[in-house]
Design a protein around this ligand. Structure first.
Ligand code: TRP
Length: 330
């Protein structure tokens, strides 16, 4: 039996290079050796956007386009939509009783998001509890592994705690998952300030046009003390070199550029030009495939309906075991 992988994203817009290097690349690589489910977490997206339910659909379409254009293959990976899988909501109800409020309040990712989102004391219950619903996602599929960015670590820890408590109360039913972090679990933004994220406006999207990519690369933050070409420069904490490490297929070239930059004599423009070339080469085939796929949106949704139907069966079977273990099988 193949081991099971579950990954997922909230549909909140297009995916960017941070998503690509943090988990999408792993998904494409791992789909050959594992049974993979990719969950479009539209219910999780609602936890801090309840008033914008109507906007979620277009983001779902963007996500499907991103997935298929980077090479997620529907013959190997099932893409499914959270709100169309009822067992996830039922499991969430059972798991809520296995988690304390204080534990949710201490979740570092949730804490961070609360700060960013300015809830001003009015935190939706569904938002605070979304790690519980994510535990339902992960366990419903019986996932052994979750390839994800570093910010998802607390969710996996929370899931493992729920699994242990459930199995301890009711018998060995649920599987404890492990996170699989990429080599670059968190990509700095083009402004060098924080991680790449839509809300900070420091992203390069997988679907950006060539001129946008070039403009963004040429505007990237580098070493602020590297003023003259002849000055020795710093390559650490320098987003341009961090991106080259993450995306260039030619490691030797990157190493020699780093050495040159550190010695002095290599200008930012030359490095950025090379980075632009690397990113154009990476993103061009993705963008072209995306445009092709966008011509037939119905066909995309057919793929997702099939994936969701399979997901409904798998998760219903977990729910059945859960209810039996809890003696709720009337
Ligand atoms: N929390 C993830 C995000 O912020 C989305 C998600 C929901 C997820 N359920 C999941 C990720 C299950 C991995 C596994 O995008």
């Amino acid at each position: 039996m193949k081991k099971i992988i579950l990954t997922g994203d909230r549909p909140t817009g297009k995916l960017h290079l941070g998503h690509y290097i943090g988990s999408l690349k792993n998904r494409v690589k791992m789909q050959d050796d594992y049974k993979q489910y990719v969950l479009i977490a539209d219910m999780q997206a609602l936890t801090d956007n309840a008033d914008k339910a109507r906007d979620i659909k277009s983001s779902v379409t963007e996500l499907i386009l991103d997935y298929l254009s980077i090479g997620i293959d529907p013959n190997k990976t099932s893409i499914c939509i959270q709100s169309q899988i009822p067992a996830l909501a039922e499991l969430t109800m059972f798991y809520m009783n296995l988690v304390c409020l204080g534990r949710l309040e201490r979740n570092p990712t949730v804490k961070n998001e609360i700060k960013q989102k300015n809830f001003a004391g009015d935190i939706p219950v569904g938002f605070l509890a979304y790690p519980v619903s994510q535990a339902a996602d992960i366990t419903a599929f019986g996932a052994n592994y979750v390839p994800a960015g570093e910010d998802q670590k607390p969710m996996i820890e929370q899931t493992c705690e729920i699994v242990r408590r459930f199995n301890n109360y009711y018998g060995d039913v649920l599987v404890e998952p492990e996170i699989i972090l990429s080599k670059t679990p968190r990509l700095i933004g083009i402004d060098g300030k924080a991680k790449m994220s839509k809300s900070l406006g420091n992203t390069i999207y997988l679907s950006d046009e060539p001129d946008e990519i070039e403009k963004k690369v040429m505007s990237m933050y580098t070493d602020p003390n590297h003023l003259k070409v002849s000055d020795p420069g710093n390559t650490e904490n320098n987003p341009v070199f961090i991106y080259l490490d993450a995306f260039s297929p030619d490691k030797e070239k990157v190493d020699s550029m780093k050495a040159h930059y550190e010695r002095g004599g290599l200008g930012d423009i030359a490095v950025k030009k090379y980075l632009n070339e690397v990113l154009q080469n990476l993103l061009e085939p993705i963008r072209l495939r995306r445009k092709e796929l966008a011509k037939d949106i119905d066909a995309l949704y057919e793929i997702v309906r099939e994936g969701t139907s399979e997901a409904r069966d798998v998760t219903a079977s977990t729910l059945k075991k859960v209810k039996e273990a809890m003696n709720l099988d009337f």
